[in-house]
Design a protein around this ligand. Structure first.
Ligand SMILES: Nc1nc2c(ncn2[C@@H]2O[C@H](COP(=O)(O)OP(=O)(O)OP(=O)(O)O)[C@@H](O)[C@H]2O)c(=O)[nH]1
Ligand SMILES: [Mg+2]
Length: 178
């Protein structure tokens, strides 16, 4: 018997961050082909998945600029009833860290304004943290600075949050960062 109260989870972040790929992993896709077929998400897609006894409605919010604007202008509609928000940063795209951070900060500000959602949990995925990634000192520095900015923003709020290093190339791996 399954409980009929699905949890709503939102995946959000810039375009090309890897959100749809993660959702595919979570929904159990093993076929390599289907990862090659992933196209940029147009608007938002809602996927229902069941893990053990729990049901989830996963909202995959396409990250292209026009869609980002739409979510920001009508945020309450998207966030309504949401249990968890997962913000995905592409750590291999350091040129867009600042843009991603700006988007992230706007989302957190809107969440704070939405008093009905004080109980929402937040996860940050530092994504594309592939195990074969060459982690130079310069790279490590950039990641540390990115993480510090994320923490600084979230520590100024009452939200519960966790930051994870993730990659789809370990089937799916999620480790708490140091
Ligand atoms: N190296 C690496 N590439 C990844 C990983 N996850 C996803 N990608 C690649 O990143 C690209 C974008 O992935 P998508 O899942 O379409 O990204 P998205 O965030 O859904 O993009 P939008 O729908 O435009 O918002 C694809 O080429 C994926 O194969 C990862 O863990 N490591
Ligand atoms: Mg997508």
């Amino acid at each position: 018997m399954t409980k009929s109260n699905p949890k709503k989870i939102i995946f959000i972040g810039l375009d090309n961050a890897g959100k749809t790929s993660i959702v595919k992993c979570l929904s159990g896709t093993k076929k390599l082909d289907s990862f090659c077929e992933i196209k940029p998400t147009k608007g938002n897609e809602i996927i229902s998945i069941k893990i053990s006894d729990s049901e989830f409605n996963i909202w995959d919010l396409g990250g292209q600029e026009s869609f980002r604007k739409e979510y920001l202008s009508d945020f309450d509609r998207y966030i309504f009833g949401c249990n968890k928000l997962i913000f995905v940063f592409d750590i291999q795209d350091s040129k867009r860290y600042e843009l991603a951070l700006q988007y992230f900060e706007k989302i957190i500000n809107l969440l704070e304004d939405n008093i009905k959602n004080n109980n929402i949990k937040i996860s940050i995925f530092l994504h594309k943290f592939d195990s074969d990634l060459i982690k130079t000192d310069a790279f490590n520095k950039k990641i540390t600075s990115l993480k510090d900015k994320i923490k600084e923003k979230l520590d100024s709020t009452d939200f519960f949050y966790q930051i994870f290093n993730t990659t789809i190339y370990a089937i799916f791996e999620k480790r708490v960062t140091e």
